[in-house]
Write a protein that binds this ligand. Structure first.
Ligand code: DGL
Length: 286
């Protein structure tokens, strides 16, 4: 286990670093690293714990009970490691499970992520084309997403595109593998054909494919990724957390391929050097 400690931890800034909040972050796999990177930018002195549930991905083609169970297991695991807040860095788990998590842990702060429909529509000009939404099948079918669309998208032209198989391709072959990119192109083409002028990245895996998405939909199309807004919310909530004494750090656990996680983390400018084995169940659940 390697813990990355900012330079200030042993210098004059040591007191602030020692009071680091401890934030647990999970996703079905590699996608949440895009949110973790935003969290690290906003909270460089926090202790960030990341759990990648790659062996159980994709969530987006599973039912609610499955996603809720995995979300509970990962939350228990992160709490056992000292997390004081949980960031659900997965649109699918937010849509299908965050209400259940909040009910099970009423005192614990949770931050979720959802497709950036509201900012996409708010920023639209009269002459703009439709808003495209790329997301998992489960997110698009969820009541939470339907409610979001009804609340903010009434009368707007929105093109919904599910991407079955895409998360699996990223998890098994990597984001830059030719079959992954080929699949991505197939899902992006309808958005291009519809003349979309903005595209909501409604799954945390998809920002890993930003260049390839741009190559299909065009450079002038606005891509919306809410990772920084999620990190800003976590930053606000972190101010209310009691200070911990374990200091800053960046730790990652995975039940999938560690080498791929390290490659993707590097691409996200996350200095993760080792990946720990994520147990199948948390100690309390066993
Ligand atoms: N990163 C997850 C999301 O944001 C992927 C879901 C999946 O595993 O299919 O929805």
């Amino acid at each position: 286990m390697i813990e990355i400690t900012p330079a200030t931890a042993s210098g004059p800034g040591a007191a602030a670093a020692d009071a680091a909040p401890c934030i647990g972050v999970f996703d079905s796999g590699l996608g949440g690293l895009t949110v973790l990177a935003a969290l690290r930018r906003r909270l460089p002195h926090a202790r960030l714990l990341y759990a990648a549930d790659s062996a159980f991905a994709p969530y987006g083609e599973r039912d609610a009970a499955y996603v809720q169970e995995r979300s509970r297991v990962l939350t228990r695991f992160l709490l056992a490691q000292g997390a004081q807040m949980i960031v659900v860095a997965c649109n699918t788990a937010t849509a299908l499970a965050i209400a259940e998590l909040r009910a099970e842990w009423p005192g614990l702060p949770f931050v979720g992520i959802e497709p950036a429909i509201k900012p996409a529509l708010a920023a639209r000009a009269q002459a703009d084309g439709p808003v495209g939404v790329l997301a998992t099948s489960a997110t698009l079918a969820s009541g939470r997403f339907r409610a979001l669309l009804a609340q903010h998208g009434a009368g707007a032209r929105v093109v919904l595109q599910a991407c079955p198989g895409l998360v699996e391709a990223i998890e098994t072959r990597g984001p830059q593998a030719p079959p992954t990119l080929e699949l991505l192109r197939r899902f992006c083409q309808p958005l291009r054909d519809a003349g979309c002028t903005s595209v909501v990245l409604g799954c945390t895996h998809y920002p890993l494919l930003t260049d390839a998405i741009r190559a299909v939909v065009g450079d002038s199309v606005r891509l919306l990724d809410p990772a920084d807004a999620v990190a800003a919310q976590a930053e606000r909530l972190a101010r209310a957390l009691p200070a911990q004494t374990r200091g800053a750090g960046l730790l990652a656990w995975s039940n999938g391929e560690a080498a791929l996680l390290l490659r993707v983390a590097e691409a996200c400018a996350l200095p993760i050097e080792h990946v720990l084995a994520l147990p199948q169940e948390s100690p309390e659940a066993a």
